[in-house]
Design a protein around this ligand. Structure first.
Ligand SMILES: [Zn+2]
Length: 252
């Protein structure tokens, strides 16, 4: 009986500790960035998203990866771009097509989703990618802005990234060192996708993404010029010397 009691007690302790750990993580994110995290009951502006609720352990893991991605931003940046809420879910669909994320600037909200096939590095990557869409909307009031300076360097398609979700037979996301001016096939789906991929590679240190970008920029002048334009745009959000640091790194 005493043995049973001990087991029960340690079980309760474990549950309490894990709940506490999760609460801490969650609270930490809020305190640091002033962003609320929701796990359900949020609808998007267009009423076109559907999703499933995460389990407790999935939520906890996801919050850890969000924290990792958020290390690249400050409270000031989020304040500037008016990002106030994130919604963490699984099996997110927009207009019935599976999506990793849906930015909804009208509600100051970003929907983010996990999927069984997503590796941790990819989740951190796509969070940075999606925040870029959100940031572009803040600057240009358009998710698919045709940026005149950027257009001169962009030789891809303009159909938009959603087509990649339809044809699943092509490898869109792997880094391709031989693609002139681009990091991967997905970058060629639209100039806004190209920019989101470049900044995600720049900020994400996991899976060698940052170093792959720098290495490629050493030989690929088009990619290098595009990266500089994006980093220059981020300097307008308060980032200091991004272009300078990038140049130093590329010329090393
Ligand atoms: Zn995108």
């Amino acid at each position: 009986m005493l043995y049973m009691k001990k087991i029960l007690l340690s079980l309760i302790m474990t549950i309490l500790l894990s709940v506490n750990f999760f609460a801490l993580n969650y609270q930490d994110l809020f305190d640091k960035y002033n962003i609320t995290i929701n796990f359900e009951n949020k609808t998007d502006t267009w009423n076109m998203t559907t999703y499933e609720k995460l389990s407790e352990s999935e939520s906890e893991h996801f919050v850890t990866l969000v924290s990792k991605a958020f290390e690249n931003y400050t409270k000031d940046v989020f304040e500037k771009i008016s990002l106030k809420h994130i919604v963490l879910v699984k099996k997110l669909k927009f207009n019935n097509v599976l999506r990793a994320a849906v930015p909804d600037n009208y509600q100051k909200t970003l929907f983010l989703s996990i999927n069984d096939s997503y590796a941790d590095f990819y989740i951190v990557h796509y969070i940075i990618h999606e925040i870029n869409h959100y940031i572009e909307y803040y600057f240009w009031k358009d998710y698919r802005y045709k940026w005149p300076q950027y257009e001169k360097l962009y030789f891809g398609e303009s159909d938009g990234g959603e087509n990649a979700y339809i044809d699943t037979s092509i490898d869109y996301y792997s880094y391709n060192p031989n693609l002139k001016g681009f990091l991967n096939r997905y970058s060629q789906m639209g100039e806004e996708e190209d920019r989101s991929e470049i900044i995600a590679y720049y900020f994400n240190t996991l899976n060698d993404e940052h170093i792959n970008l720098i290495n490629k920029c050493r030989q690929d002048d088009i990619l290098r010029e595009k990266a500089k334009l994006i980093l220059n745009l981020y300097e307008k959000l308060g980032y200091k010397d991004l272009v300078k640091k990038f140049n130093q790194e590329v010329n090393k």
